[in-house]
Design a protein around this ligand. Structure first.
Ligand code: PLZ
Length: 442
């Protein structure tokens, strides 16, 4: 399937067919399941999403950082078609198959560090995070887990406790899992004494909080996104990650990098930790791993992963053969097409234009991110007060003009950009033109 790489607006957004489907959605689907942009999708590929009214939208979202290889990427399609015709499920814990083993081998190879590793496969990011915590607790015999302000780790009970933001993720869903302790994030733009002090002071606060309020010897794991995703594409001050990781090693605490959003070439390296040479003990992956099929993993030091008794990890569908075939096709695409290089290409086009936009509008307080994971944080002109209203308005204008954009941030004031890594330069520029027009209009 090839989708013409061209924006087309046939109708208003959403068009009449999408509106009919949306009325059916409202009548049939639980209203707790929200919709960012109610255009109903018919096909998608490269940097374009085609809706049921024949509109072709430019994709700056990749289904929340999932279709990094593009929708319906040829190697993924071929691998999935072959696998689905051969067999769809046996349960890896009952009668195993090669695809799962091959994905584990690949993960052990492409994740940071050349130590002996093992992997286990699951279905969703949240499930991977849950299992990483289980493994860390089993390995250390300790119970406490440290997570950060602005963190997002999922919507299951344990991962809701790990996620920082109340609305919409946690409100009314408690009580939450215990033994989760939150510490400040090294957030340069909002660090009280300025970005230049952020790494040092955030690290000192982290150490003293864990020491005083948790206790090193009770701490099983420190869990961190190397660039925070849902929390607003917060890039920790340089040096912070490495110092936290080293401190964990010193105290026998498992350092877990949640690379569910940042992984698989998104930030210009295979994994975001590599940028500063950080080697996590355990790494959680999902999203970009399998070109859109549900798959997730925990990969880590063999002695930690193997600390768990046989039968202690698993699940009916974990490492489903069709999802594994998709992952192998997807990982092969990333290597063959140098999608890490492509993420850098995207940054080189987008970052200067976003910075120029920030020069023009004092409502853009910060421009940040890496590779094809970039964002602008919107504030009240000239101050740092979050501006979620403007964020929503600019995003809505983009949607109406045929550009899929997403928002993020604890304060709902971050516009984030996650184009598929295979998007062409022309579409990137056109998307940025639409974004500029949306700022001019709001
Ligand atoms: N860890 C770092 O980004 C998922 C959430 C979308 P699942 N982020 C998108 C939403 O509103 O539900 C995510 C993440 C990081 C864990 C997760 C959870 O991954 O596959 O959604 O469970």
């Amino acid at each position: 399937m090839t989708v013409e790489q061209k924006r087309v607006l046939n109708t208003a957004i959403p068009g009449p067919r999408s509106q009919v489907l949306h009325a059916r959605k409202s009548a049939a689907v639980a209203s707790g399941v929200g919709t960012t942009l109610p255009v109903y999708v018919e096909r998608a590929g490269g940097g374009i999403v085609v809706d049921v009214d024949g509109n072709q939208l430019i994709d700056f979202g990749s289904g929340i950082a999932v279709t990094s290889v593009g929708n319906a990427a040829p190697r993924v399609v071929e691998a999935v078609q072959q696998q689905v015709a051969d067999f769809t499920h046996t349960c890896f814990m009952v009668t195993p198959y090669e695809g799962y083993v091959a994905v584990a081998e690949k993960l052990n190879e492409v994740t940071p560090g050349d130590h002996d590793k093992r992997s286990a496969l699951f279905n969703s990011g949240a499930e991977a995070v849950e299992n990483a915590v289980k493994i860390a607790r089993h390995h250390t015999g300790r119970s406490a887990v440290v997570a950060f302000d602005h963190a997002y780790h999922g919507r299951t009970n344990l991962t809701m406790a790990l996620t920082a933001k109340n609305m919409p993720y946690k409100d009314g869903f408690g009580p939450f899992a215990g033994e989760i302790h939150r510490v400040p994030m090294a957030y340069p733009y909002r660090w009280p004494t300025g970005p230049e002090n952020c790494a040092d002071e955030a690290f000192e606060t982290f150490v003293s909080n864990v020491h005083a309020q948790v206790g090193e010897k009770r701490t099983a794991a420190v869990l961190i996104e190397p660039i925070q995703g849902e929390g607003g594409f917060i890039v920790p001050a340089p040096g912070f990650l490495a110092r936290v990781a080293d401190w964990c090693t010193e105290h026998g605490i498992v350092f877990i990098a949640d690379e569910i959003q940042t992984g698989f070439c998104r930030t210009g390296d295979w994994f975001a930790c590599e940028f500063e040479g950080v080697v996590p003990d355990l790494i959680t992956t999902a999203k970009g791993i399998a070109g859109g099929l549900p798959l997730a993993a925990v990969t880590g030091r063999a002695e930690m992963m193997d600390a768990v008794h046989t039968g202690g990890l698993g699940g009916t569908y974990g490492g489903n053969p069709v999802a594994c075939a998709a992952a192998l096709g997807s990982i092969e695409t990333m290597a063959a097409e140098d999608l890490a290089g492509s993420a850098k290409r995207i940054e080189s086009i987008m970052l200067p234009r976003l910075s120029a936009l920030a020069e023009k509008y004092d409502t853009i307080g910060d421009v940040r991110g890496r590779g094809a994971m970039l964002a602008v944080e919107l504030v009240e002109g000239g101050r740092k007060t979050p501006n979620p209203a403007l964020t929503a308005a600019v995003s809505a204008t983009c949607h109406r003009s045929g550009l899929i954009t997403l928002t993020a941030g604890t304060f709902g004031n971050v516009l984030r950009f996650l184009p598929p890594l295979v998007i062409g330069d022309d579409l990137l520029h056109e998307g940025l033109d639409l974004l500029e027009a949306a700022f001019a209009e709001n």
